[in-house]
Design a protein around this ligand. Sequence first.
Ligand SMILES: [Zn+2]
Length: 54
Amino acid sequence: MVKCSICGGAIPELFLEKIKGTVLRQPGSKKQYPVCFACQKKWLTKEELLAKVK
Ligand SMILES: [Zn+2]
């Protein structure tokens, strides 16, 4: 189960292990942050989303 890095909500996964949503990467880091659709709607730019990631 994949959880949203911002709200902690569950993100549904598609088959082939693809996440239904987006995965952010901090510049210069290999760490990935999955983000759910609800949070993508609240914060529209990648920069804003990254600022909210815990
Ligand atoms: Zn979320």
